[in-house]
Design a protein around this ligand. Sequence first.
Ligand SMILES: Nc1ncnc2c1ncn2[C@@H]1O[C@H](COP(=O)(O)OP(=O)(O)O)[C@@H](O)[C@H]1O
Ligand SMILES: O=P(O)(O)OC[C@H](O)CO
Length: 496
Amino acid sequence: MQPYLLSLDQGTTSTRAIIFNLQGQPLARAQRELKQYFPADGWVEHDAEEIAEASLAVCREALQQSGITAQQIAAIGITNQRETTVIWDRKTGKPIHRAIVWQDRRTADSCLKLKNKGHEVRVQQKTGLLLDPYFSASKIAWLLDNVAGARARAERGELAFGTIDSWLIWQLTGGKKHATDATNAARTLIFNIHNQQWDEELLSLFHIPASLLPEVLDSASDFGQTLTKHFGAPIQIGGVAGDQQAALIGQACFKEGMVKSTYGTGCFMVMNTGDEAISSTHRLLTTVGYRLNGKVTYALEGSIFVAGAAVQWLRDGIQLIKQAGDTEAIAEETMDSRGVYLVPAFTGLGAPYWDPHARGAIFGLTRDTGIGEIVIAGLEAVCFQTRDLMEAMKKDGAGKLQTLRVDGGMAVNNWLMQALSDIVGCRVARPTVTETTALGAAWLAGLYVGKFASLDAITELWHCQREFSPKMALDKREQMYTGWLDAVQRVTYKTV
Ligand SMILES: Nc1ncnc2c1ncn2[C@@H]1O[C@H](COP(=O)(O)OP(=O)(O)O)[C@@H](O)[C@H]1O
Ligand SMILES: O=P(O)(O)OC[C@H](O)CO
């Protein structure tokens, strides 16, 4: 009897393992913070070996804590921060450099050059993405060009590339499997999301040798078995998905038009668009929601780089609050931002503006502005940015959004969830399990080993913990949003 699923969630700031039962209830959880390296302005790196060690450690800890043995785990699901790029030596398994993180902007100029040469349309047609340093391709090229000898070693087939999922699969299986899933491949900028193949034209555009690439599998598939030495017995790796797609699955958004939004460090809003890869004309991303039994379900995604990170800045940067959770009581007491707007463009603006040069600002300060108004402005920025994404989705042909399923660290904040419902103008539903990313990976693993007959069986297991409905008067909502658009206009270096 194997009644449990182990989920490994390797995120930008931490690595966690959660053991779920087959009803989707979390039974044990272990977590480790991840060291962030900022070697130059706009550069962000992680130590891939630290990631591998922490991943093993949290899995072991969760097993120990719960008293559950490896033999009782039906399968492991892996979900990960996406786009982050690792290149390692196939013989030694050692990375040739620290991992370049998705937030890293070092390749902004090389992307701009390609854009100026008119390549973006073709890249977007094939990948659903934009020519932005966010994605893996320009990071791979940077590593090959800047690590001594790397390009020659890559040409000789000695190196392997992977996003964090591939890196972990390689480590867990002792190098037996070099694979990724279609959701992660879809974020590299060298994967054609229509024919589901690595794309030769794009590989040559970015000067990337095909020998580096992992095999692309369905999201519920045979990703190999963990080595016995890791957990005392081998465990099947059966599910893999990028974290935002895993959250889509964990939120059971299996029908066309269903939308989830995850509020962690950044915010990622993802809509299931079914069989159709909707090509956005409003600078959203078209991506793979999941691929099961060879069938692709597409999604439309809006990525915002700063959501909870703005709260971290209020806490650590300007020290207005002691803990992230304090924002709820402060906002309840203050009630209104009184015309103050905080645009958290600390690393530029993501969707739908895509302006790497924009920088943050606070507007509307008066003599009676206090900490409360600035805290509210920080929380409301998350709501306004969600509205930006929703407006873009609407323009791209999505119907009126009825319900937004929310998760992530910020979703526990009741004041924020009500403000979100008010500003976006739709219902906001928070599930009983807000660790939906980890849950989604567990569902995929369970699907692969036959613990669930279909996605319908998983849908039955999603439960709403609390729903928020819009209460704000329409004219106030629109007036506030107009103020936000004006504030964004003022920080935007170059609007598209
Ligand atoms: N009660 C809260 N109110 C507002 N923001 C919060 C609250 N609790 C946590 N956060 C923010 O949520 C983020 C953590 O969420 P999490 O989902 O763990 O992020 P990630 O997976 O990106 O590391 C942090 O940026 C933190 O500032
Ligand atoms: O690790 P998170 O939760 O901040 O998510 C990172 C995203 O996958 C980046 O695209």
